[in-house]
Design a protein around this ligand. Structure first.
Ligand SMILES: NC(=O)c1ccc[n+]([C@@H]2O[C@H](COP(=O)([O-])OP(=O)(O)OC[C@H]3O[C@@H](n4cnc5c(N)ncnc54)[C@H](OP(=O)(O)O)[C@@H]3O)[C@@H](O)[C@H]2O)c1
Length: 288
């Protein structure tokens, strides 16, 4: 029997992309759970699940991702983004390798050059703080784990920026989009493949190089530039989108102004290639 991989949060964006890819990796046996089948906040449920199903790998895609709502639902946010991660780390067997997903929101966004894994964290939102707390508790309990920070995730599943901009582009005559926040979009399918390729690499080399890694697509844009490309690919009339500064688009949770991730560590460690964001966006839109 192949190595057993548990995907938590399997109904989310990244979880769905991993599900889609699973059949390309027949050497692995996948277990898919979400809150209805394995609530990561329920420690007793977790213990009994892992006692009956020892795993070789866990890819933790479960998270509380409602960034603005988190400013009010602080406790709920921490329950999933920190406490559930602690539950995983404390409930799994010793040999189980954990790949946990985190975010660019652990940074304050004041930098001007691509962010390295070793750069100082300074989250500005409840969501960012809870995700950093999740990374830290995992590394404290199970330092042999891998954390992958990603950014601006989109997919054909659930709610995300790409789907919202397509909808608003069709509904409205005019749309203001922030032009002074800089980052890189990430097609969740690319991240899903990277995660599975990391597992393949680890199996082949028989090592699991613990630590934090950054992953997004290649390239840089603003939300405004991202929207122009989304509309171009969706065939939405040009000229509807207007650039505005962040000050004209206030949100409950502050966003990092600059969150381009430096991907050199993940690329050189695991010999993976990362597609440019425009190329990946086009691929995703063709799947819609
Ligand atoms: N989305 C982004 O732009 C972005 C950017 C950077 C990093 N990330 C990180 O990337 C990872 C994947 O994000 P995503 O966009 O795929 O998230 P998502 O679509 O919100 O999916 C998260 C999944 O986790 C489930 N979940 C919530 N609480 C749970 C619990 N207690 N037990 C089990 N499952 C639970 C959710 O179920 P419900 O829907 O029922 O709550 C949902 O299906 C997360 O770690 C996120 O923090 C995301």
């Amino acid at each position: 029997m192949g190595k057993k991989i548990l995907i938590t949060g399997a109904n989310g964006q990244l979880g769905n992309e991993l599900q889609k890819l699973a059949s390309d990796y027949p050497q692995f046996e996948f277990f898919l759970t979400d809150i209805d089948t394995l609530n990561l906040c329920d420690k007793a449920e977790m213990k009994s699940f892992f006692d009956g199903n020892p795993m070789d790998y866990i890819i933790n895609c479960a998270a509380y991702t409602a960034v603005d709502r988190a400013e009010e639902e602080v406790e709920n946010c921490y329950k999933v983004n920190r406490d559930a991660v602690q539950n995983i780390a404390e409930s799994v067997q010793k040999q189980t390798r954990i790949i946990h997903i985190s975010t660019d929101y652990v940074f304050d966004g004041t930098g001007k050059t691509p962010l390295r894994e070793s750069d100082r964290t300074n989250p500005q939102s409840v969501y960012g703080k809870s995700k950093l707390a999740g990374e830290q508790i995992l590394m404290e309990i199970k330092p042999e784990s891998i954390v992958i920070r990603t950014a601006w995730l989109y997919s054909p599943f659930g709610n995300n920026f790409v789907k919202t901009m397509i909808r608003l582009g069709k509904e409205r005559d005019s749309l203001n989009v922030v032009n002074d926040q800089t980052g890189t979009p990430t097609h969740a399918a690319d991240l899903a493949k990277a995660v599975l390729d990391i597992i393949i690499w680890s199996e082949e080399k028989n090592i699991f190089p613990a630590g934090i890694y950054h992953y997004s697509n290649e390239g840089v844009c603003s939300w405004y530039g991202f929207t122009l490309k989304i509309h171009e690919l969706a065939g939405i009339t040009a000229g509807k989108v207007h650039p505005v500064p962040t000050s004209e688009y206030p949100t409950k949770a502050p966003r990092p102004m600059y969150s381009v991730l430096d991907k050199n560590k993940i690329k050189s460690t695991f010999q993976i290639e990362i597609p440019e964001w425009e190329e990946s966006l086009e691929r995703m839109m063709k799947r819609q």
